[in-house]
Design a protein around this ligand. Structure first.
Ligand code: GDP
Length: 609
């Protein structure tokens, strides 16, 4: 469609540069004009004639830049700040073979095992690996490098051997997707548990196919049918029920069902048509990296495509170097590694981050240039203090999105104290949905807010909502570091009110609750006429008499009130600091248990700017 704007302005007639002009968002007319061989005045005059008042130093909007580019006949590509530099760096690598169909060959699938704790993930990974060592070279010594590859009748499968969600989300948080298929481990006696649901949601968010390993069928109290119906509730309908989820019954400990699950993985891999060009320069992902006293920086990498060779100059994130040696999962030195192969690489000048992309470069100079440029950028960023990228979609931003005429999708991770309140809150939130505001529950679960929730929220730009539950300290720290917004509520209507207000751009001044101290209940004393006194250890901060407290059991809030008495030994104390023991008496609350947590907090109003 031809935009409707006035074009009586005649810009100077110098030719615009040929080809696509890349411009980073956030520039002013002063910076933008010259890129198109025009002056700032050209840009300002043209925009003014079209009713847009801008000055030379004001940031231009996408539309303003696109309008002007159209006017002068320039081919414009707008990118995010920092992206242009990265594109220029990437251009130093030759990717021309990437799309060449004739060079694509099938590659081994890369598998991650996920599931609830104790459902048998480690047992399965060990079984598969050991079976293969015996079948393979006799006496082969396995080496834990973070991943391993097995041979199934001439076809290979790669397993990431750090089970669990943390590894998976850590990769995704950095934009790397290494897993092709997820094995979801569910113990037949225990059934679908909170971490099972988390795993399902992680895999769904990443759009990775799931193969269910229904483990421990040997156990007396195993109830596979019950588990199947639980899975169906989470949209994993087993094939035997007419769905398309592959379920393999197994007993990992006894080695039952191992062959079958390997076969199923190969089948899914075939359907997924996993291919890569095995020739040319290598590209892949860093799985783990550390500084080894004797060997210097050591990185385990997984090759995506191409061929990594000893002697290749490489860049991994901001680290660069030349591959001095490579060691495979059997502890053997190898000279070359192809697609889906994990190897330890020696020879980098510094330690890259897990999740960083690596590439082999044409020559060492290129590797060095790119590595050093990235390193410098990281340093500058850190100095400017914006190293912490704000990723969580702020509730406050909904309104501006709606105003911009876009459909605002609010991603949510919701945690609640019990199933009943989880359902109630979900339903209430659903009723707030309208055409212009969609809610997407990335994850819903019962229990305290953990690091897992934070990492899921970080990777999906979600706001984390806790209902009658609190984050533990690790989760709080991680949320700060990842820029994830946690909002906790104890009353449904307050939560709904906040979301509704956000939708109309009137999010009330927020009272931020600052946790001032944390004490763990270690002993309980019953004092006649006074009641229960909690013998506590102050884990962090300061506990002050009279301050407001929340009483937490397994992350859920079970009582709220104030500290009535505070004693150090027999003496009354006004405050007790971290690392000390104390006795805490609470008004009206007697149901103390060992291991409970007492959290003191203050409310401070956050000034909005
Ligand atoms: P993870 O936490 O998921 O890695 O679970 P583990 O692999 O550590 O297994 C937890 C426990 O379950 C261990 O004591 C295993 O020996 C046991 N286990 C694993 N698989 C089976 C199985 O198929 N049958 C039975 N009966 N026990 C199993």
């Amino acid at each position: 469609m031809q935009p409707n704007y006035s074009s009586n302005y005649t810009p100077n007639s110098a030719p615009v540069p040929e080809g696509t002009i890349i411009v980073e968002r956030g520039v002013s007319a002063q910076e933008f004009g010259p890129k198109l061989n025009r002056t700032a005045a050209d840009v300002i005059r043209f925009l003014m004639q079209n009713g847009e008042m801008v000055t030379a130093t004001m940031t231009l909007s996408d539309e303003q830049m696109e309008l002007f580019a159209l006017e002068v006949g320039a081919d414009l590509l707008l990118v995010e700040p920092g992206q242009q530099e990265e594109m220029e760096l990437q251009a130093l690598f030759d990717d021309s073979d990437d799309d060449d169909e004739t060079l694509q060959e099938s590659r081994p699938p890369v598998i991650t095992v996920m599931g609830h704790v104790d459902h048998g993930k480690t047992t399965l990974l060990d079984r598969i690996r050991n079976a293969n060592v015996v079948a393979g070279e006799a006496g082969g010594i396995t080496q834990h490098i973070g991943a391993y590859q097995v041979d199934v009748r001439g076809r290979k499968i790669t397993f990431l051997d750090t089970p669990g969600h943390a590894a998976f989300t850590k990769m995704r948080a950095r934009g790397a997707q290494v897993t092709d298929i997820v094995i979801l481990m569910v113990a037949a006696d225990d059934g679908v548990m909170p971490q099972t649901i988390e795993a399902i949601n992680h895999a769904k968010a990443a759009e990775v196919p799931i193969v269910v390993a229904l483990n421990k069928v040997d156990k007396e109290n195993a109830d596979p049918q019950r588990v199947l119906s639980q899975l169906a509730e989470h949209e994993l309908v087993p094939e035997s029920w007419g769905g398309d989820t592959i379920v393999v019954e197994m007993a990992a400990q006894q080695g039952l069902g191992i062959d079958e699950i390997l076969d199923q993985l190969l089948l899914v891999a075939e359907l997924e048509e996993l291919t890569a060009n095995p020739t040319g320069r290598a590209k892949g992902v860093v799985l783990e990296a550390n500084l080894d006293v004797g060997r210097g920086p050591v990185a385990t990498v997984l090759v995506d495509k191409g061929e990594l060779n000893v002697g290749d100059p490489i860049v991994a994130g901001a680290a660069w170097g030349r591959v001095r040696a490579m060691i495979n999962d059997k502890g053997e030195q190898v000279k070359t590694a192809g697609p889906s192969t994990p190897v330890q690489v020696l020879g980098l000048q510094s330690v890259p981050n897990a999740g960083d992309e690596f590439r082999s470069a044409a020559d060492e100079k290129t590797a060095r240039t790119v590595g050093e440029a990235r390193e410098q950028r990281q340093r500058l960023k850190a100095q400017r203090g914006d190293a912490r990228v704000q990723k969580g979609v702020k509730l406050e931003d909904i309104f501006s999105q709606i105003q911009a005429g876009e459909v605002a999708t609010l991603n949510l991770v919701l945690k609640a104290d019990v199933q009943g309140s989880l359902e109630a809150v979900t339903e209430a939130l659903r009723r707030l949905e309208r055409d212009e505001v969609k809610l997407a529950f990335v994850h819903r679960g019962v229990g305290g807010i953990t690091e897992n929730d934070i990492s899921l929220a970080a990777t999906t730009n979600a706001t984390l909502i806790g209902f009658n539950v609190r984050p533990d300290r690790k989760a709080r720290d991680m949320a700060d570091a990842e820029g994830v917004e946690i909002r906790t509520y104890e009353i449904i209507y307050k939560l709904l009110e906040d979301i509704e207000r956000a939708m109309v751009g009137m999010l009330a001044p927020e009272f931020e609750e600052v946790v001032t101290g944390e004490a763990e209940v270690r002993e309980i004393f019953r004092v006649p006429r006074i009641g229960a006194i909690a013998g506590c250890y102050v884990r962090s901060g300061t506990i002050t008499r009279g301050s407001k407290v929340r009483f937490l059991r397994d992350g859920a809030i079970i009582w709220k009130g104030a500290i009535q008495s505070l004693k150090r030994f027999k003496e009354d104390a006004r405050e007790v600091r971290e690392g000390f023991e104390c006795g805490i008496g609470l008004t009206d609350f007697q149901d103390l248990r060992q291991g409970d947590l007492i959290e003191t907090f203050e409310e401070r109003e956050i000034a909005r700017v």
